[in-house]
Design a protein. Sequence first.
Lengths: 228, 402
Amino acid sequence: MSLIQLNGIDRTFQLGDSEVHALRQINLGIDAGEYVAVMGPSGSGKSTLLNLLGLLDRPDAGHYLLEGQDATTLTAEDQARIRSERIGFVFQSFHLVPRLTAGENISLPLMLAGIAPAERNRRVASALRDFGLEDRAHHRPDQLSGGQRQRVAIARATVMHPAVILADEPTGNLDRATGEEVMELLEALNASGVTLIVVTHDQVLGARAARRLTMLDGAIVGDERKHG
Amino acid sequence: MRVADTLLFARRAASGTPLRTGLLVLAMSIGVAAVIVLTALGDGARRYVIEEFSAIGSNLLIVLPGRSETGGLNPANLVTTTPRDLTAEDADSLLQIKGVRKAAPIVVGSSEISVGGKLREVMLVGTSSDFLEVRRLQLAQGRFLPPNDVGLGSNVAVIGSVIRDELFGTASPLGKPIRVGDRRFRVIGVLSAGGRGMGMTTDELIIVPTATALAMFDTNTLFRILIEGGSRDELQSLESRVKKTLIERHDGEEDFTLITQDAVLQTFDKILRVLTLGVAGIAAISLAVAGILVMNVMLVSVTQRTGEIGLLKALGATAPTIRNVFLVEAAMLSLLGAIIGVALGEAGAAALRQFYPAFPAYPPIWAVVAGVGTALGTGLLFGVMPARKAALLDPVQALSKR
């Protein structure tokens, strides 16, 4: 059984008078522990696909099975719970809450899940240690460098031990060196068994993934695997 | 999300924008303070009037000449025309009734007083020796009118302290002759300064025996009779006995009006309570304005924090969680505003009392409770809409904003 199974997914947006087919008839299976890069020019539907996988968006047609469960028919509450427990997001612009410290930002998913403060502190401390952010725990995002911010964001995405990490252009706002560091972090997580799905239009970055999906005009036009 | 975490998160969100939060709390607190200060003024006025009336005795029965058909107090039975006089003998006869402790007839008029070439207008009151106690007055010098003077008409007078100061200066007036109208009097006493009641000061009065005043004004009818009963509980039965006696003396006709001090008090009490409520209502409008401000600011806050809301949703926050966070923030701001407002209002009322010690400007408890309640109510009510808006935000669009 695959972790993610998409069958005949369609997603249409209404932009003014015209309809935009962001996703057309997507059929896709992703197994647990895979490292997938979703590539394609902007407007090809890769972000829409990622939002859909992250249960932030609903398809107009088709079925999305996440760990064998039909996610499209779940209530909003159940979807929120799955986002909380099974999915971690990493964004291009980090999306840290500016008034909260690094530690508090990492703690957010734990707090939203209603985990007791003592357990929260323990897990945040170990996350800070894992990502080399111990001396930055009490800094606010505007006191951190770009790479540190994205490390905080990744720590936040993994603190609930999700099954899959969805990263939307995770290195888009970083220089090459720090981008490299961030990718190594994500790949290390993947090596430990977490499914990693990265959206990027960077060919070099995409080439690192074990499996590369190419999208064009809302459809998957390429699905290559690195043999090995 | 845990309750404590929701509170903490909302508090951090509020303190993250100190200027916005500060202005909002200020607006709310001004609204609450306005309610408290204005009701303190209104209720202070009520207490002031009640205290004025209480100064002339709380178990008083007042007899007015003439019959008014309406009940209670209205301007028509303060000035009445009478078919039959209410006489000094009527007043004297009331003293025989069981339960009547004192009975003071009152005749009033204005006259001129002159001493050694100094002349001024005065209010002259003709009454009996009981007047002093019924009106709870104090003497500064000498003695009051002699008892049992009904019908005698002695030419003795008791003067107010202002009259003494103006006509005699620092010299003692006791035993000195004065001229009032075309009569000569001998001053036998001076009232203490500061006697008040029913809005007139006794400092500028001159008091003479009833019969003398009646003769001076060439009349038979009294302005009114003040009767002091034993206690407030007995007042009801005393009223009927007084009524019976007077009807007998007036050939079976009820051509007078009996009012109790209580009835007068209650009327004023009612009027001023309504007044206070009205003022409180006006002040409450400022609270409603503050409530709308809360809504406005929270709406702006939702817009500013769109990205954060999207993020929270991506991290697993449910719509109710987001709504609660924003609602709690609105409630916190309102509560803080209300608390500061109560402090400001109480301080304002205390300042009023400091500057006008005679004016009991204490805000009533109900006004404080209502002020705080309205602040919280409007804050929450107007907080619901922005909170709902935040909860319903589409996470995809929310996240795409920077």
